[in-house]
Design a binder for this molecule. Structure first.
Ligand code: ZN
Length: 165
């Protein structure tokens, strides 16, 4: 055992002697004083720093600070779409407000409706060769390899478009 300790480079004579006359006690590692608090427990189990993949796309310097929070709520699917409400057993007759043909869901309203498809076709035609936008990831991929100015313009167009829809 002594050989192992010396092989690890630990000098026994430099180690602090344990406090022999004190009882062991539990310390909560999520607070600086070692005391448990409900707040620190909530902070410890909460997912921190989990950013959605579109985080940087949305919080661009090019998008107006009043627009980004609304875009955040939309992209987080924080709006109560009809499909969310019906999944929570709310009875309603769901209908897209644009085409009046499909149920109003996030994917339909922002990407698959005939009217929003025309919007995406028009906007993408300004920036590239009609790349089809079917979901948020498609939106982020357009202009990815373009210069900063074009990427910034694309971000502004898409975020304002989504907020306007
Ligand atoms: Zn529709």
């Amino acid at each position: 055992m002594l050989q192992l300790i010396t092989r690890l480079g630990i000098k026994i004579e430099e180690l602090q002697e344990p406090l022999r006359h004190q009882q062991d006690k539990r310390l909560w590692k999520h607070t600086t004083n070692g005391q448990f608090t409900v707040k620190s427990a909530c902070e410890a189990i909460r997912d921190q720093n989990v950013e959605p993949p579109w985080h940087k796309f949305l919080w661009s310097a090019n998008v107006h600070p009043r627009t980004s929070p609304i875009g955040w709520k939309i992209l987080q699917k924080g709006l109560y779409m009809d499909d969310v409400l019906t999944s929570k057993k709310v009875a309603l007759a769901s209908q897209c407000c644009f085409c009046k043909k499909e149920a109003k869901s996030f994917d339909h309203l922002f990407f698959n409706c005939s009217l929003t498809k025309r919007f995406w076709e028009l906007v993408t035609s300004w920036f590239c060769d009609n790349k089809e936008i079917k979901k948020v990831f498609d939106m982020m991929g357009v202009c990815k390899d373009r210069c900063t100015l074009v990427r910034g313009l694309w971000k502004v167009c898409t975020i304002i478009g989504i907020v306007s829809i």
